[in-house]
Design a protein around this ligand. Structure first.
Ligand code: B12
Ligand code: SF4
Length: 502
C-alpha cells in the first residue's frame, strides 16, 4: 500500500465562495504514483481543524502539507498547524504557496512548521517526501527552506521553473467531497468553474507575488490538454462557464491561437486576467475567436495613471494603453475590469487623487468599466535573496508618522489584522487616517454610482436606487462622508467584487 499524505487547504473564504482547491489537487496529482492523498478543504468543511485532528490521530501520514496564501488564510493555517503538531508531534509539517514563498523566514519562525517549499511545489514535495522516508541531505532540494540542528533557517537555492505540470495526469476531482459544490452561480453562468490552463507569467512586475513564484517564466498547455480538461468540467461536472486563474491569460498570439480555437469551440462564457498591451496587440483573427468563445470580462492591471509609477513597478505598460484597451474592450463586447494600486509610499495622497481623476476619465469613456481599488503594498523583501530581493529596501518605507516600517518576522506577526490588510492590499502604514477615510469614501461613492455587474443578488431596483442616490456626489466630486450612502448600504448590501469576482 502507498504511504499517505494529508493535504490541507485552510479556510480562506466563505463556503458560498469556495472554489476548487487547486493547489492541493495539483499536489495530489503530482505525487499520485508514489503517495495516496487525503484532502481537507477548510472552505467547505468549516470544522476542518477538528477533521484534521481526527485524521492524524486515526491514521499515519508521511507528512502534513498545508497551502498558505498571505492574508486571512494565515490565521486558519496557523490554527490547524498548531493543532496537528500537538496531536501528531512526530509528523512533519510542510508549508507551501505564496506566503511561505515570499516570507520563508517568517513561515519557518515557529514550532509548528518544519519545512517550507518555495515556488512550484510538485517536484520539490516529491523530493522532500523521499528524503523524509529514506533520509538524505535537505540541502540538495532546490526551493526548500528548512531548519538546521540549531534551529536556524536554511534557504536552498530557488528551484528553476518547470513546465512538467502541464504534462501530468489531469486533476482528480474525486479526491474532494462532492466536486459539484464548487461550481457556483456567477454573472458568467449558473455553474462557473475555476480552472488554470497555463503556468506562470513572463513579466516581473515588482509588486506581484507571481514574480517571486515563477521568476518571469511561463508555459502554455497543449490545445488537447485544454480541450480534455474543459470537456471534463463541462460533461462530467456540469460546468457552463469558466473563471480562468491563469496569472496572465493572453500570452504571445502565435502560441495562444490554438487555445483560443479550443475556447471558441466550447463557447462557455469566461473571465480571465489579462494585460492591456497583449489585448491591444491581438490580431482581428484572434479577436474574432475571443468573441466567439464568449469572453465576458478581462481583469486588467491598470495600476496607476502615471507612466513613471508604472516604470517603477516594472509593469511594462503605459497609461495610454489603459485608455485604449477600455475602448477596444467596449468595441469587442468585453467588460474591462481595471485594478488600481492607490497610495504608493512615495506620494500616497498625490497618486491617489490622480488615480481618482483617471478613473473618472475612464468612466466617461466607458461607464461599464469595472474598477477594483487596492492599496499599493510592496512585497516585503526576501532578506536571503531571490527574485524580488532587489526592490526598494525596507528602511526607506516610513509610516504616516515618519517612523520606519518594520515588517513582521513571524507568521503570527503577519496574521495581525493590520498585516492581513497589508497583504490583501487594503491598508498600509503610510496611509494617514484622512487618506484612509478619503479612499473609503471614494470607494463607496463610486461603488454606489456604478454598481458592479458581478453582483447577481441585487435586484434591478436596488441597483437603480444606489445609482440615483450617488449621482449628485459623484457628479460634484463630493466624496467626503457619504453618510446617506453608508445608511443605504445597511439595507442594500454593496457587493465587493474584490472578494467575489473570482
Ligand atoms: C483562487 C484564488 C483565490 C481564492 C482562494 C482559493 C482557495 N485557496 O480556496 C480567493 C478568492 C479566496 C483568493 C483570495 C485572495 N487572494 Co488569491 N488567488 C487565487 C488564484 C486566482 C488561483 C489560486 C490557485 O488555485 N492557483 C493554482 C494552484 C495550482 O497554484 P498555487 O496555489 O500557486 O500552488 C502551487 C504553488 O504555490 C505550490 N504550493 C501551494 N501550496 C502548497 C503547499 C505545499 C505543502 C507545497 C509543497 C507547495 C504548495 O505548489 C502548487 C503547484 O505548483 C491566484 C492566482 C493563481 N493563478 O494562482 C490568486 C492569488 C494566489 N491570490 C493572491 C492574493 C494576494 C489574494 C488575497 C490574499 C488578496 C487579494 N487582494 O486578492 C485574497 C484574500 C482576500 C480575502 N479577503 O479573502 C495573489 C498572491 C500573491 C501574493 N502577494 O500573495 C495571487 C497570485 C493573485 C495575484 N496575481 O495577485 N484567491
Ligand atoms: S502583475 Fe500580472 S503581468 Fe505583472 S507579474 Fe504579476 S501576473 Fe504577471
Amino acid at each position: 500500500m502507498k504511504p499517505k499524505i494529508l493535504l490541507i487547504n485552510p479556510t480562506i473564504t466563505s463556503a458560498r465562495s469556495a472554489r476548487f482547491p487547486l493547489a492541493v489537487l495539483t499536489l495530489a496529482a503530482a505525487v499520485e504514483a508514489r503517495y495516496a492523498s487525503r484532502i481537507i478543504d477548510g472552505n467547505v468543511d468549516r470544522g476542518f481543524v477538528m477533521t484534521a485532528l481526527d485524521a492524524v490521530v486515526s491514521e499515519r501520514y508521511a507528512a502534513i502539507c498545508i497551502t498558505v496564501m498571505g492574508g486571512p488564510q494565515l490565521l486558519s493555517a496557523i490554527a490547524v498547524s498548531k493543532a496537528v503538531r500537538i496531536a501528531a508531534p512526530l509528523t512533519p509539517i510542510i508549508w507551501g504557496g505564496y506566503f511561505p514563498t515570499i516570507c520563508p523566514d517568517a513561515a519557518l519562525n515557529s514550532s509548528h512548521v518544519d519545512f517550507v517549499i518555495r515556488g512550484q511545489g510538485e517536484d520539490a514535495l516529491l523530493e522532500l517526501l523521499a528524503l523524509l522516508e529514506a533520509g538524505g541531505e535537505p540541502a540538495a532540494i532546490e526551493g526548500l527552506s528548512w531548519k538546521d540542528e540549531s534551529g536556524h533557517a536554511v534557504h536552498n537555492p530557488d528551484r528553476r521553473f518547470s513546465a512538467a505540470g502541464l504534462a501530468r495526469q489531469p486533476l482528480r476531482y474525486d479526491l474532494i467531497e462532492n466536486p459539484g459544490q464548487y461550481l457556483k452561480a456567477t454573472y458568467l453562468g449558473r455553474r462557473t468553474a475555476g480552472y488554470q490552463a497555463a503556468l506562470g507569467c513572463r513579466y516581473r512586475c515588482s509588486f506581484c507575488g507571481v514574480n517571486a513564484m515563477f521568476q518571469g517564466k511561463t508555459a502554455l498547455p497543449a490545445a488537447e490538454r485544454l480541450a480534455h480538461d474543459l470537456g471534463v468540467l463541462k460533461q462530467q461536472l456540469g460546468a457552463d462557464s469558466i473563471t480562468f486563474y491563469d496569472h496572465n491569460f493572453f500570452d504571445r498570439e502565435a502560441e495562444m491561437l490554438p487555445l483560443l480555437e479550443v475556447l471558441a469551440k466550447f463557447e462557455m462564457p469566461w473571465w480571465c486576467f489579462a494585460r492591456s498591451d497583449a489585448l491591444l496587440n491581438l490580431s482581428d483573427h484572434a479577436w474574432a475567436l475571443v468573441r466567439k468563445s464568449r469572453l465576458r470580462m478581462a481583469y486588467i492591471g491598470a495600476e496607476s495613471p502615471s507612466a513613471e509609477m508604472l516604470r517603477d513597478m516594472r509593469k511594462g505598460t503605459q497609461p495610454e494603453q489603459t485608455l485604449a484597451v477600455v475602448e477596444k474592450c467596449r468595441a469587442m463586447g468585453v467588460t474591462p475590469e481595471l485594478s488600481f494600486m492607490l497610495a504608493p509610499p512615495h506620494d500616497p495622497e498625490g497618486e491617489t487623487e490622480r488615480s481618482f481623476d483617471f478613473i473618472r476619465r475612464i468612466k466617461r469613456l466607458h461607464p461599464g468599466t469595472e474598477i477594483m481599488l487596492y492599496i499599493h503594498t510592496p512585497l516585503p523583501p526576501r532578506l536571503h535573496g531571490g527574485s524580488h530581493a532587489k526592490q526598494r529596501p525596507v528602511q526607506l518605507l516610513r509610516d504616516s508618522a515618519g517612523r520606519p516600517v518594520v515588517y513582521p518576522d513571524s507568521a503570527a506577526g503577519w496574521a495581525q489584522p493590520q498585516w492581513v490588510d497589508y497583504w490583501c492590499h487594503q491598508d498600509a502604514p503610510w496611509l494617514s487616517p484622512r487618506l484612509r477615510r478619503r479612499i473609503q469614501d471614494f470607494t463607496t461613492v463610486l461603488g454606489c454610482r456604478f454598481p458592479t455587474i458581478t453582483d447577481i443578488r441585487a435586484p434591478a431596483w436596488q441597483r437603480a436606487l444606489l445609482r440615483t442616490a450617488a449621482t449628485w456626489r459623484y457628479g460634484r466630486e463630493h466624496y467626503d462622508r457619504p453618510w446617506e450612502l453608508d445608511a443605504l448600504k445597511r439595507f442594500v448590501r454593496l457587493w465587493d467584487p474584490r472578494l467575489a469576482s473570482l
